[in-house]
Design a protein around this ligand. Structure first.
Ligand SMILES: [Zn+2]
Length: 95
């Protein structure tokens, strides 16, 4: 094998690595998009049915951020619908 061939092989390997990295990035981006869409759909469904997907209690919008939905039992006791009932940490975004 000549030095030139070795260099060509390395160049091919590098190009293949770049293609593989790009393919991995595309798959990771697609997976991230899918997860975000699933989370948005879950929050939209919780809002539509007014039901927390974790504990089954009602949900409420948090108007601090657009699309923010939380279980009515989310947060510090003073912020919960029923401070004597169990807390729930479910929250999501519809967008
Ligand atoms: Zn809940």
């Amino acid at each position: 094998m000549t030095t030139t061939n070795a260099i060509d092989l390395n160049a091919e390997e590098t190009a293949a690595n770049r293609r593989e990295l790009k393919a991995r990035e595309r798959r990771a981006a697609a997976e991230s998009k899918r997860r975000i869409e699933a989370a948005h759909a879950e929050a939209a469904e919780a809002l539509r049915t007014n039901t927390c997907p974790t504990c089954g209690r009602k949900v409420r919008r948090n108007l601090s951020l657009t699309g923010w939905v939380q279980c009515e039992q989310f947060g510090a006791p003073a912020f919960r619908k029923d401070s004597t009932a169990a807390p729930c940490d479910w929250q999501g975004f519809t967008q």
